[in-house]
Design a protein around this ligand. Structure first.
Ligand code: PDD
Length: 283
């Protein structure tokens, strides 16, 4: 018996999980997803993930497969059945199964699948030592605000980073950092946290949204603006955020040491604050 996963209405062993070859997710990458962190068997930041999901679905005119409450229940049941303490729940909704035509099929039920991934989130070596990243051109489409399952550009970019021994790739467009291949990008300049404003160019990170709220509450200054990779090279600190890393300090960008090669005080403090607050959102 492997993991118990959820496929279109049923909880099944992962070996028995099947989707149609005509699923629009499989044929066109026509679907959206969310990754929600799990701490102590509880879903973290569930509400803002649901809000972002609702927006992604709306932008693509994909119907909800069930109610929000039912979707949360699927997440919680997967956590229970897999006895998950720490890690995440991945879920995706595709436009459904239809013969291959580009336009959206009518009256096709959407397909919901979900599974758990066990992963240490709190006590990681990367968080203690900080990580190395490299930069690369942003080769993605122009609606990065939608959390689409079409992630080939991100997979290619992450592979380029891995080949250079880096944890993450920061993508560059028009001379500015957009974001990481699967994370939001930040630098610290003159004691202020700098991150790019939301637009179609980046995914509105849930961890970003919550972190900015906690920063505001604790008086950490924010400078929401574009920044270049050259500015990042000279920054006091750099870090990234996502549901699978929380706040992760960066100690090297393109082979240049940042902050003396040690996780900086702002990134360390924000990681502590985020994790402390994250526990409180658990459901
Ligand atoms: N990725 N930007 C991109 C391109 C992402 O793929 C992600 C998340 C983020 C951070 O968003 P959040 O804070 O809501 O996790 C930013 C997830 C974790 C993934 O694809 O696995």
């Amino acid at each position: 018996m492997g993991r118990t996963v959820y496929v279109d209405g049923a909880y099944v062993d992962e070996a028995d999980a099947k989707v149609s070859i005509f699923d629009r997710g499989y044929l066109f990458g026509d679907g959206v997803y969310e990754v929600t962190a799990v701490l102590g068997g509880k879903l973290i930041d569930a509400e803002p993930h649901l809000e972002r999901l609702d927006r992604s679905l709306g932008e693509l005119e994909i119907a909800w497969p069930c109610s929000r409450e039912e979707l949360i229940e699927v997440h919680r049941e997967l956590i229970r059945r897999n006895d998950l303490d720490q890690g995440g729940v991945y879920m995706q909704i595709t436009r459904g199964v239809a013969d291959r035509e580009f336009y959206y099929p009518e009256n096709t039920p959407t397909v919901l699948t979900a599974f758990t991934q066990a992963r240490e989130l709190l006590d990681t070596t990367n968080a203690k030592t900080g990580v190395k990243i490299v930069s690369m051109p942003d080769i993605r489409w122009q609606r990065r605000d939608i959390k689409s399952i079409a992630l080939l550009a991100q997979a290619m970019s992450k592979q380029i980073a891995k080949a250079q021994g880096a944890f993450e790739g920061w993508m560059i467009e028009d001379g500015h950092v957009t974001e990481g291949t699967s994370s939001t990008s930040y630098i610290v300049k003159d004691g202020k946290v700098v991150t790019r404003p939301l637009s179609n160019a980046v995914l509105p990170g849930v961890t970003r949204r919550m972190l900015l709220r906690y920063m505001d509450e604790t008086g950490v200054e924010l400078d929401e603006r574009l920044f270049s990779i050259d500015e990042a090279y000279g920054a006091e600190e750099a870090f990234l955020t996502s549901a699978s890393t929380f706040v992760m300090p960066i100690v090297e960008i393109d082979g240049r040491q940042i902050g003396g090669g040690q996780p900086g005080p702002v990134a360390r403090r924000l990681r502590e604050i985020y994790i402390e607050e994250a526990w409180k959102t658990g459901i």
